[in-house]
Write a protein that binds this ligand. Structure first.
Ligand code: KG4
Ligand code: ZN
Length: 329
C-alpha cells in the first residue's frame, strides 16, 4: 500500500483525493458556484471559498476510506500555475500536513496533473504521445516523450479555448462557466447550418492557436441582431462557435501528428468534456485519441495525486513553491 493525498486549489475547484498506488480510493471536489453571478472567477472570493472547504473535503476523504493523515506516504499539491491566493491555500494546507505528520510532500504542475488524468482511466496510452491540454486557462499541444518531459509544439497566443467558451457564453447571456451550456444550446440548433465563424492560424511554423478573433467575430455578429432574433438564433450561433473551436483544435492536432509522426493523442482539461470535440476527434483519429471521463477532465485532485505518485517513484519530487505563472516546459 502507498497512500498519496492529492490537493488541488488553483482556480475555482477545491479538491482532495486519496490514491493507493494507482487506484483512486476517494475523491471529493467542491465547485465554487458563487462565481456564476460575477461572470467569471473572482480571485479573492475563490481563496476564501477554498479556505472554507479544504479541511472538510480532506476529512471526508479520510472518513470515506477509514484512513488517517498519519497513514499517508505522500502529499502532492498543485503549486502552479493558477491564482496566487487560491494556490496558497492548497500549498499551505499541504505543508501543514507535511510538517505536522512528517509526510513527504511534492509540488505538481497543474498541467502535468491534467496530462496524468488519462492514467486514471483503464487502458492508458504508452509513451510517447501528444497531449492537447484544453481548459479555461490553457490551450496547448505537448509532445510527451516520457513522464516529466514536455515539449510544447504550440499554444494559444491569446485566449484559452475554455475562456473563449466562457466569454462568448457571457455575451449570449449564459452564467459562468458557459462551456457545457453552449454545448447543450448548440445541440438544439436547427438547419440550415450556414453560419460560419473564422478560424485563425496565427503562425506558419508553429501549431499555435488564437481564439480572440473568433470571440470578436461572434460579438460583431451579435451586435447586428436585435434581442428577439438573438434568442431565436442562439442555438445556431452556439453551434457555429463550437464548430470553429472544434475545427481549430482538430486541425492543429492533425498538424502535430503530421510533424511528429506520433499517432497517439490524449485530450485533457475541462473543454475535453465537450461531446462535439470528442466526436470530431474520434472521427478524425479513430481509437488513437483518448479522453478521460468528464469528472477527470475538469480540475480534480486525483490527477494531482497520480502525478505526485509518478514523481515520487522516479525520485522527481520537488518542494512546493507556489508559482502562479509556472511554465510546464
Ligand atoms: O480544466 P478546468 O476545470 O479548469 C481550468 O484549468 O481552467 O476547465 C474549465 C473550463 C471552463 O472554461 C469551462 O467552460 C470549460 O472548461 N468546459 C467546457 C465544457 N465543460 C467545461 N467547454 C466546452 N464544452 C464543455 N462541455
Ligand atoms: Zn485545469
Amino acid at each position: 500500500m502507498f497512500l498519496s493525498l492529492g490537493i488541488e486549489s488553483s482556480c475555482d475547484e477545491t479538491s482532495v483525493a486519496l490514491l493507493d498506488g494507482e487506484t483512486v480510493l476517494a475523491s471529493e471536489t467542491y465547485t465554487q458556484g458563487i462565481h456564476a453571478r460575477f461572470g467569471g472567477v473572482v480571485p479573492e472570493i475563490a481563496s476564501r471559498a477554498h479556505l472554507q472547504k479544504i479541511d472538510r473535503l480532506c476529512d471526508a476523504v479520510c472518513e470515506n476510506t477509514g484512513k488517517n493523515l498519519s497513514d499517508l506516504d505522500l502529499v502532492a499539491v498543485t503549486d502552479g500555475p493558477g491564482l496566487a491566493g487560491a494556490l496558497l491555500v492548497g500549498v499551505s494546507f499541504a505543508l501543514g500536513i507535511h510538517q505536522g505528520f512528517k509526510i513527504p510532500v511534492t509540488g505538481v504542475h497543474h498541467l502535468e496533473g491534467h496530462i496524468c488524468s488519462i492514467f486514471l482511466e483503464p487502458d492508458p496510452p504508452l509513451y510517447p504521445f501528444l497531449a492537447l491540454t484544453v481548459s479555461g486557462g490553457h490551450t496547448a499541444i505537448y509532445l510527451v516523450r516520457e513522464f516529466g518531459t514536455y515539449e510544447c509544439l504550440g499554444q494559444t497566443v491569446d485566449d484559452a479555448a475554455g475562456e473563449a467558451f466562457d466569454k462568448v457564453g457571457k455575451m449570449l447571456g449564459f452564467p459562468y462557466p458557459a462551456g457545457r451550456l453552449i454545448e447543450q444550446e448548440a445541440a438544439c440548433a436547427q438547419p440550415p447550418f450556414d453560419l460560419r465563424f473564422p478560424i485563425a492560424r496565427p503562425s506558419e511554423d508553429r501549431i499555435d492557436f488564437s481564439f480572440s478573433g473568433l470571440k470578436t467575430a461572434v460579438k460583431y455578429h451579435l451586435n447586428a441582431l436585435n434581442q428577439k432574433i438573438l434568442q431565436q438564433q442562439r442555438p445556431r450561433i452556439c453551434r457555429a462557435f463550437q464548430n470553429a473551436v472544434v475545427e481549430a483544435l482538430s486541425g492543429s492536432l492533425e498538424n502535430a501528428v503530421a510533424r511528429t509522426g506520433i499517432q497517439q493523442i490524449v485530450v485533457v482539461g475541462g473543454v475535453a468534456c465537450n461531446g462535439a470535440l470528442r466526436a470530431a476527434l474520434h472521427s478524425r483519429f479513430g481509437e488513437s485519441v483518448r479522453f478521460p471521463r468528464p469528472a477527470n477532465c475538469t480540475d480534480n485532485a486525483a490527477m494531482i495525486a497520480r502525478a505526485g505518485y509518478e514523481r515520487f517513484q522516479r525520485k522527481m519530487t520537488t518542494f512546493p513553491r507556489m508559482n502562479p505563472s509556472r511554465s510546464l516546459t
